[in-house]
Write a protein that binds this ligand. Structure first.
Ligand code: ATP
Length: 259
C-alpha cells in the first residue's frame, strides 16, 4: 500500500469473534481511507460491525487480517497498550458512554489532562491547557475539581470530546457520541464537536445508527452490512442515489421512521 497523504488507509480489514459454529465475522474485508480534515460517517444496522471497525482503527481491538496505516505508519494486527500509546498522538476516541473515558475516581481536570501527561508534558503546562479547554467547552473552572458523577451527561460528554481533541490528534473516532444523550442536548454536543473538528482540521470517523445525524456531520459515508462495507461515497450521493440495495432499504426505513 502506498502512502497517499491520507490520515487513514485500510485494506482488507477482517475481525472474527468466536470459533467453529459460533464464529462471527464482525468486520469482513473492509477498505477505507480518510483524508486530512475529512469526516467519514459509518452507518449500518445493529451488529453490522461499526464499533468493531472503530475499535480496530483506535487500536482497542485486534484484527486477523488487513493493512492499516495511520498517517503512513503501519498499525500492528494485535491490540496492546503499547500499540495504543504509540498512536495516541495520532488517533483518539470519543465513546458513547463518557464514563468509559473518565475514571470515576479522578477529577475532571486529571482525566482531561491525562493524554497530555502521557505525552510527556509537565503537569503545570497540562493543567494550564486543561483549564483553557474547560472554558472552551463552556464548563466553569469549578468543574476542574469535580468527579464525573457530579456532572450531567452532556457536560461529561463535553469533557470526553475535549479529552480526545486535547492532544490535537489527526483522527478522532466517535462511536455513537451523542446516542446516550437527551435529544435536546444532542444538537449542542454535535455543534461543539463540529466546531472543534473544523477549527483543528481533524479527520473524523463518525459512527452512528442515526442517519440524519451522519448526513449532517459527514463529507463521505460508509455503509456497513453484515461486516462488509457495501457502499462508500460522498454523503449527498449516497443519501440521494444509493447504489446498494441494502442502503436503499436502510434509507427507506429511516424515511418511514421520520414520518
Ligand atoms: N467482544 C466481542 N465478542 C464477541 N462478539 C462480538 C464482540 N464485539 C462485537 N461482537 C459481535 O460482532 C458483531 C459486530 O458488532 P459491533 O458492535 O461491531 O456492531 P455495531 O454495528 O457497532 O452494532 P451496534 O450498533 O449495536 O453497536 C456483532 O455480531 C457482535 O455481536
Amino acid at each position: 500500500m502506498t502512502n497517499t497523504g491520507s490520515v487513514l488507509q485500510a485494506r482488507g480489514l477482517r475481525c472474527v469473534f468466536g470459533r467453529g459454529r459460533d464464529q462471527q465475522v464482525a468486520v469482513d474485508n473492509v477498505d477505507l481511507d480518510i483524508l486530512p480534515g475529512e469526516v467519514v460517517g459509518v452507518v449500518g444496522e445493529s451488529g453490522s460491525g461499526k464499533s468493531t471497525l472503530g475499535r480496530i482503527i483506535t487500536g482497542l481491538q485486534s484484527r486477523e487480517q488487513g493493512e492499516l496505516l495511520l498517517c503512513g505508519q503501519p498499525r500492528k494486527l494485535h491490540a496492546s497498550s503499547a500499540e495504543f500509546r504509540r498512536f495516541s498522538g495520532v488517533v483518539q476516541m470519543v465513546f458513547q458512554d463518557s464514563y468509559s473515558s473518565l475514571n470515576p475516581r479522578r477529577t475532571i481536570l486529571d482525566s482531561l489532562t491525562e493524554p497530555l501527561l502521557l505525552q510527556g508534558q509537565s503537569k503545570q503546562t497540562a493543567f494550564q491547557q486543561g483549564r483553557a479547554w474547560l472554558d472552551r467547552i463552556s464548563l466553569s473552572s469549578a468543574a476542574a475539581g469535580r468527579y464525573p458523577h457530579e456532572l450531567s451527561g452532556g457536560q461529561r460528554q463535553r469533557v470526553g470530546i475535549a479529552r480526545a481533541f486535547i492532544v490535537e490528534p489527526k483522527l478522532v473516532v466517535c462511536d455513537e457520541a451523542v446516542s446516550a444523550l437527551d435529544v435536546s442536548v444532542q444538537a449542542q454536543i454535535l455543534a461543539l464537536l463540529k466546531d472543534i473538528q473544523q477549527t483543528q482540521n481533524t479527520a473524523m470517523l463518525f459512527i452512528s445508527h442515526d442517519l440524519a445525524v451522519v448526513r449532517h456531520m459527514s463529507d463521505r459515508v460508509a455503509v456497513m452490512y453484515k461486516g462488509r462495507r457495501v457502499e462508500f461515497d460522498d454523503v449527498t450521493r449516497v443519501y440521494e442515489s444509493p447504489q446498494h440495495e441494502y442502503t436503499r432499504r436502510l434509507l427507506s426505513l429511516h424515511m418511514e421512521a421520520s414520518l
